[in-house]
Structure formats: C-alpha cells, structure tokens
Design a protein around this ligand. Structure first.
Ligand code: UDP
Ligand code: MG
Length: 314
C-alpha cells in the first residue's frame, strides 16, 4: 500500500481562497501520486462567509478532499488541532490557506521525510512581503521567547508551515494541554527536525486575521504556556530592587538626600509601582493559564466531518 500524505488547510473567512488553495495544492499532490496516496483536509474555523460551502463545492469536484467544520471559531491553533484529529496520513503537513507558503515546498518536505526527518519546518529566509510592523514584532517575539525559554528553542522565522510524520503527530497528540500553540508544541516534541528555506509570498487574497491585540495575545500565550522563566525573572528583579535600596541607604550615610528632590522620589515610586503591576499582571497570566488547563476543555470541537471519498484508495 502507498504511504498517505495529509495536508491540512485551516481557514477562517477565506471564501476567496478556497478554490485557488485546492487547485494549487492538489496540483502538487497529484504529481506525487505515483508514489503516494493523499488527502487534503480543509478546516472551516467557524467562518461567517461562504468558506464552508465553497469547501463542500471543492469536495464534490475532488474525492481527495475532506472537510472539517468546527462548531465555532476557535482560532488557528484550534483549527490545526481539528485537522490533526482527523488526518490519517503517514506524513501530515499544515499549510496556511493564504498561499503565502508555496505548496511547491511540499516536494522538498517529502524528500526530507523520506531521508529520515520526523519534523520538517518551513523557514522564511526573507520577509519582504510582511509589513515593517510585522517584521519588528516577529523579531521582538523571537528575542523575548528565546531569552526566556532556555532549553526549548522556538526557531527564528520558523513558520507554521510544517510536515510531521506519524510518530511526531502521535507524540503531539499525547500532550495534554488545552493551549495548543502548534509552533510551540512541535519543538517540544523534538525528534529529528530539519528546515526547508523559502521566501514568503504576499497574501493571494483576503485579509490577515491578526491585529496588534491578537498578536500580543499570541505572544503571551506562547510564552506563558511554555516557560516559567518570567516568574523567576520577577524574583531576581525583586532582589535587584532591594539591593538598590540598600545601596541608596548606605549612600545617605555619607551624602544626605536633599529634600527638594521629592519629584525624583515620586518618579522612582511610580516606576516601582508600575513594575509591581506588570509583575502582578504576569502572575495573573499564569493563573489564567492554570484555570484554562485545569478545565480540560478541548482545543476545538468538530461539528461535522465529511471524509475524503475513500473509494479512490487501493
Ligand atoms: N485562521 C484560522 N482561524 C482564525 C484565524 C486564522 O483558521 O481564527 C487561519 C487563516 O485562515 C489562515 C491561517 O490561519 O489560513 C493564518 O492566518 P493569517 O494568514 O491571517 O495569519 P498571518 O499569515 O497574517 O500571520
Ligand atoms: Mg498569512
């Protein structure tokens, strides 16, 4: 029997992209069909436009397409989770719907998989297509996360575009967390990982689903869900402040503080109060994560799944 390749396409309000995504992806998969069987799993993440009905139209045309309908919008991570739940492939590839990640990269990913890699990640070598703001925020995100997560490397510019073999997918499914950020779970699983480099295209159609607020949310979830280093950092910050206090006290012995400098004292107080609030907020983030995790709710709920027409398979 041929090995099966599953491609998962998470989509939220991408009505204008469904058919283009399917035709480009199927074109690549068909070229591999001598050696491999394949399925294309489209996941509708609670879209409010015609994404779902467009997906069903595509499925009628192509028996290799499967359509997952989530019960509501769960966000990209929930959509990827839904796709992984139903994908049966020996290799599973997650590829954004906007065709910013070229489907042709699949050839190289498959080659590396056959060479023994368990995980193959698309790695952006340039971000010409991204706005300056996106570039800067991505840079900051990788710097902050790598500063705090000492052992676990979230590789810079590693896209969500990845191939995982069955072993890696099964290991990932065993991870019990509800906060399932794909880009963070995959490096946690480890195994033999390699990269395929590519230049990122501009979005073919539609709008990015990420604004500043959701990007900050994403960064915090990744950080807080991955490492407790920031909490340790708070503690060292406390020791540092106390040390500063002691030095100041000692310095007063030799050089009395002039009373006119109340504004300076006020400013210092405000800084410290601000730092305390930030620390409290950070602890709040962790408490929030604990709440989310103890509830054990699934990352997403599948409303309907119409599997690819199995008849074409030997
Ligand atoms: N997406 C999703 N659910 C959401 C938001 C986004 O499934 O709630 C999908 C979206 O349709 C796309 C992918 O996630 O296929 C990446 O989204 P987008 O291109 O907007 O992100 P960007 O590339 O701008 O980071
Ligand atoms: Mg995109």
């Amino acid at each position: 029997m041929k090995k099966l390749i599953s491609v998962i396409g998470p989509m939220f309000n991408e009505e204008g992209l469904v058919s283009e995504y399917c035709s480009q992806t199927l074109k690549v998969l068909e070229k591999l069909s001598d050696k491999y069987d394949y399925e294309l799993i489209l996941v509708d993440d609670g879209s409010s436009d015609r994404t779902y009905s467009n997906m069903m139209d595509e499925q009628r045309k192509h028996p290799h397409i499967g359509v997952v309908k989530l019960s509501r919008n769960f966000g990209l991570e929930g959509a990827v989770h839904g796709g992984i739940e139903v994908a049966k492939g020996d290799a599973v590839i997650v590829m954004d719907a906007d065709l910013q990640d070229p489907p042709e990269l699949i050839y190289r990913m498959i080659e590396m998989w056959e060479d023994g890699y368990d995980v193959v990640s698309g790695k952006r070598i340039e971000r010409k297509s991204d706005s300056l703001f996106k570039k800067m925020s991505a840079w900051l995100f990788y710097k902050v996360t790598s500063a705090f997560s000492n052992r676990l490397v979230i590789e810079e510019n590693a896209a969500n575009y990845k191939l995982l073999n069955r072993r890696a997918i099964d290991e990932m499914k065993k991870l019990p967390e509800v906060n399932r950020i794909f880009r963070v779970l995959v490096p946690y699983v480890g195994l033999k990982a390699g990269n395929v480099e590519y230049a990122r295209d501009i979005r073919t159609a539609g709008q990015t689903k990420y604004n500043l607020k959701s990007m900050i949310r994403y960064a915090l979830d990744s950080l807080v869900g991955t490492t407790i280093e920031p909490l340790r950092f708070i503690m060292s910050l406390g020791f540092f402040t106390i040390l500063l206090g002691i030095l100041l006290t000692l310095s007063m012995l030799v050089m009395p503080v002039a009373s006119k400098d109340t504004s300076l004292i006020l400013a210092v107080l405000l800084y410290i109060a601000g730092a305390v609030f930030i620390c409290l907020g950070l602890i709040g983030e962790y408490v929030g994560q604990i709440l989310i995790e103890v509830k054990r709710r699934p990352a997403s709920i599948i409303d309907l799944y119409s599997a690819p027409n199995a008849e074409h398979r030997e």
